[in-house]
Structure formats: C-alpha cells, structure tokens
Design a protein around this ligand. Structure first.
Ligand code: COA
Length: 129
C-alpha cells in the first residue's frame, strides 16, 4: 500500500464530538480513489461504483496529520478494485479501512468502457517513450 496524500485535520473537519467527521474522511477517500483510478486508467470519466464495508477503527483530532493509502486489488474489464487504509502519519495508528472500492471506467455515453489495463503503471514510465 502506498500512502500518497496527507491531510491536516482542521476545525471545519470536526464533528460535534470534536473529532474527525466521518463524512469528511469519506469525501477525501473518494477523491483519492477517483484521482488514483483516473491516472491509472487514463480516463477522466471514471466513477465510484461500489464501496465495501467501512470500518472506522479509531479517530483523529484537530491538528493531527493523517495519510491516505491506496492499493490495487484487481484490474477488471471496465472496473478497478482498490483497497484503502487511512492512518495517523505520526503514530501509524489505523483510522479507517475499506476492503474494496470499485471504480468503473465509462465512455462518453456513461456506459462501462473496457480500460485495457492489467498492471499498475507509473506516469514517469509513460513519459519515457
Ligand atoms: C457505473 C455504472 C455505469 C455501472 O453500470 P452497470 O450496469 O452496473 O455495469 P456493469 O454491470 O456492466 O458493470 C460494470 C463493472 O462494474 C462491476 N460492478 C457492477 N456492479 C457492481 C457491484 N455491485 N459490486 C462490484 N462490482 C460491480 C462489474 O463487475 C463490472 O466490472 P468489469 O467490467 O471489470 O467486469 C452505473 O452503475 C452507474 O452509472 N452508477 C453511478 C456511478 C456514479 O455516478 N458514481 C458517482 C457517485 S454517485
């Protein structure tokens, strides 16, 4: 799992309990999954189809730095299945895990489109050619 993105917990990210609001965290995860998938599949029309069980393991508080990790579980025909873990950057304590986030590549009519990808690619390698 590679942790690409860091976030800083600010007052506007808190729930009435004074800890990180779950909806904000899910928004960040969904955006991270979308960006990751768009870059991998090279298709900006890539959307979230399915998110598996969400396990809020621990919380975060104002001022904490967290990091969002994504890994590829499976390349499908039009889909890409990702796993996600968010953890505290300093303590490495897990905050949330999502076993499966399924993203689907679409064509201009909003129908699933085969992406033709089978392995993780890196932009730097694409630019070498
Ligand atoms: C994405 C969408 C076009 C898929 O339509 P669909 O009729 O389910 O398409 P298909 O049955 O051909 O499935 C497409 C792929 O998604 C996978 N899939 C569909 N439903 C799934 C589910 N419930 N769980 C896991 N995978 C699923 C299929 O296995 C398939 O993968 P593959 O091509 O790699 O084999 C349609 O559901 C949609 O537009 N959903 C809204 C997406 C969206 O707007 N998301 C933003 C948040 S609101």
């Amino acid at each position: 799992m590679r942790f690409h993105t860091r976030k800083w917990i600010k007052p506007q990210d808190l729930n009435p309990n004074g800890t990180l609001f779950g909806g904000r965290l899910l928004e960040w995860i969904d955006e991270e999954a979308a960006l990751y998938s768009i870059i991998q599949l090279e298709n900006p029309r890539t959307v979230t189809k399915y998110i598996s069980e969400i396990n809020f393991v621990s919380s975060a508080k104002k001022g904490d730095i967290i990091e969002i990790g994504i890994e590829v579980k499976k390349f499908g025909r039009s889909s890409l299945t990702l796993g996600c873990e968010v953890r505290n950057k300093m303590t490495r304590q897990t905050i949330i895990t999502l076993d499966e986030i399924i993203m689907v590549s679409l064509d201009e009519n909003g129908k699933p489109k085969p992406h033709g990808k089978t392995t993780v690619e890196y932009v730097a390698d694409r630019l070498k050619d």
